[in-house]
Each structure stands twice: as C-alpha cells, then as structure tokens.
Design a binder for this molecule. Structure first.
Ligand SMILES: Cc1ncc(COP(=O)(O)O)c(C=O)c1O
Length: 339
C-alpha cells in the first residue's frame, strides 16, 4: 500500500516508509520468534538483542563515548523536566536555565518546585521570536547544572552552538532536533529527547547521561525517577516500552544506512533552504483556505501551534525532500491564485 500524504506535524512526526514497511513485515513473526515484538518478554534473549541494537545504533550515530549510558525511559520529555532537578539539584540546589520557548518555560516551572532557579537568558519579552544573548557573567559557578533547549519546537529557533558553562554540567532538551545534525556529546552531562519527532514513536524517551551524574539524586526521589535505577538495570527495572524501542532501533539503523547524521544534516539543510525561500506571511483570512486546499493535495498538519496560530511546517528527518518540493510548489501556486 502506497502512502500519498506528506505529514508536516510537529510531533509525532513522519516515520521513514522503509521502517514502517519493515515493522509491518515483522509484525506477526519477529525474525522466526513466532511472535510480535509487542508480545515477547522483555527478559527474553530475542528482546535483549533488540534493545542492545537500539542502544548500539544510537551510540554509532551520535558517537556516544563509553563513559555515557544510553537509557530508554517513559513519561515523555516532560517527565525529564522533573527528573533533572530531582536528580541533579543536590549540592547548592541552584540551577541556571535558558528560557527560549514554551518547553523551557515548562522545564523552569518544574525545577522551581525543587530549588533556586535563575533564568540566565530569555526571549520571553518578544514571545520567543529570537534567541537571547548569552552573557557568561550571568551563569552561577556554583549552580548544580545549566539547562538549555537546543531547538524550540513551537517558535522554530535553534541554537547554533552551546554556551560555555565553565565546567557546570550542561543538560539539554534535544527533543526536536536530535539526530538531525552533528553534536559533540561530550559537551553535555545529560541529553534527553522524546522519541516522537526524529527517532520513533511516542512512548520512549532517550536519555544520554555521563557516568559521573548517575550517582546524584535527592533522597526523596521516587525509585522510578532516579537515573541510577535505570542505569543499573539496563533500562529494564520494569517493563520498558518494548515496541517503541524496537522502532527506534529500526529508525536509527535506517539513518545509519542513509549515511548517518552528516547525510541527514545535509538533506535537512536542503529542505529548510527550499522552504524558507518560498515562505511569505499568510494573511489570517487566507489561513483556512490554505490549509483546506493543501490537505486536498496530501499536504497535512500545517496549522501553527494553538498558542501561536498561523502556519507551521515541521520537516523532521523522515520528511522526504519531495514532500518539501511539493509544499513549495503548492505555496507558489496558492500565492498566484491569491495575490
Ligand atoms: C523541545 C520539546 N521538549 C519537550 C517536549 C515535550 O515532550 P513530551 O510530549 O514527550 O513530554 C516537546 C514536545 O513537543 C518538545 O518539542
């Protein structure tokens, strides 16, 4: 069955068609096991090979060094907003946050429940439409960590480089740009990302944590919210999100086969340049017409976030170049018909 839509949703995003086809082919009988991945014991040898494969593919793609663990957790990136302070606000109980959008605002709110949060840079004054200047003097040398959101999903701003925190552990929410461009993992004490944009389906959150951060945690931290619980048990303290991890494995292996992150990055830049060239600000009354006509052409989920309105096209890894070409051609056609 061929698919004839391009889905520009901000998340869950498209998955590579090859991955969906492989998952479909393996649905009833995973590699001779006689069962679906959804049905097998997470303690079985065959499932262990799946979760190990997912971890290996992430390590290979991102060049994760040996002194970092890769964890597969549940609760979405939003649970990390609490896990990070619960685990890391242990010495001074101070944390410095960069506030660049809706998600960092939520992360800040959660951290404020546990300690002294300082917003060291913010673009809230202009509805997060720009990236604020980073002033090194604002960072507190005794902070337990600094938190940054690498790509601000709703507003579309993205940091080109990471701040120099002068040795204070840097924690990054990479939910909307993980695997889309090369990153140096050694800059971070912890990286987290909900899988549902670039890595797989919702239900699994990937955490990459440096070994020296694992032992920290506040005494009241629930067992399931301690990184150590999951690091000590290979992400199997309890039943992991088995099927979601399997799809992450397939997606990561697919990206590796396509040439890895450098190839993905090149393609993403090509897509972005093409789209940004074609963009104009649509007038409000044309929005509805645009959305309805685009949907008829198989171009779907283009409305902006409920808070910002307007249009939004998310072009995650699995969006083919042809999808963007089709959208750009449609924008031009629509422009001519609605001058
Ligand atoms: C940057 C960022 N952080 C966090 C989240 C929240 O993720 P989740 O729905 O997995 O909790 C999102 C979701 O869109 C996001 O884009």
């Amino acid at each position: 069955m061929a698919r004839n839509i391009y889905n520009f949703s901000a998340g869950p995003g498209m998955l590579p068609e090859a991955v969906l086809k492989q998952a479909a082919a393996e649905m009833l009988d995973y590699q001779g096991s006689g069962m679906s991945v959804m049905e097998m014991s997470h303690r079985s040898k065959v499932y262990q090979s799946i979760i190990d494969g997912a971890e290996k593919a992430i390590r290979d793609l991102m060049g994760v060094p040996a002194n970092y663990k890769v964890l597969f957790l549940q609760g979405g990136a939003s649970t990390q907003f609490a896990m990070v302070p619960l685990n890391f606000m242990v010495k001074s109980s101070k944390a410095d946050y960069l506030n660049t959008g809706e998600w960092s605002t939520k992360a800040i709110k959660e951290a404020q429940r546990y300690g002294d949060v300082k917003v060291v840079a913010s673009s809230e004054d202009q509805v997060f439409s720009y990236l604020p200047e980073i002033k090194p003097a604002e960072f507190r040398p005794d902070a337990d960590y600094v938190h940054i959101t690498s790509n601000n999903t709703i507003f579309g701003t993205s940091w080109k480089s990471m701040p120099d925190t002068k040795g204070v552990p840097l924690v990054c929410d990479m939910s909307s740009d993980i695997l889309s461009k090369p990153v140096d993992v050694t800059q971070f004490a912890l990286i987290y990302a909900g899988a549902q944009k670039n890595m797989g389906p919702a239900g699994v959150t990937v955490v990459i944590i440096r070994d020296d951060m694992i032992e920290r945690c506040r005494p009241e931290t629930p067992t399931m919210l301690k990184y150590k619980t999951h690091a000590d048990n290979g992400s199997m303290f309890n039943t992991p999100p088995c099927y979601a991890v399997y799809i992450v494995k397939l997606v990561c292996e697919h990206v590796l086969a396509m040439g890895g992150i450098p190839a993905m990055h090149k393609l993403n830049e090509q897509k972005a340049a093409l789209l940004y060239d074609a963009l104009r600000t649509p007038s409000e009354e044309l929005d509805k017409k645009f959305l309805a006509e685009a949907a008829k052409e198989g171009l779907v989920t283009l409305s902006g976030h409920r808070k910002t309105g307007g249009m939004r096209a998310s072009i995650y890894n699995a969006m083919p170049l042809e999808g963007v070409q089709k959208l750009v051609a449609f924008i031009k056609k629509f422009e001519q018909a609605n001058p």
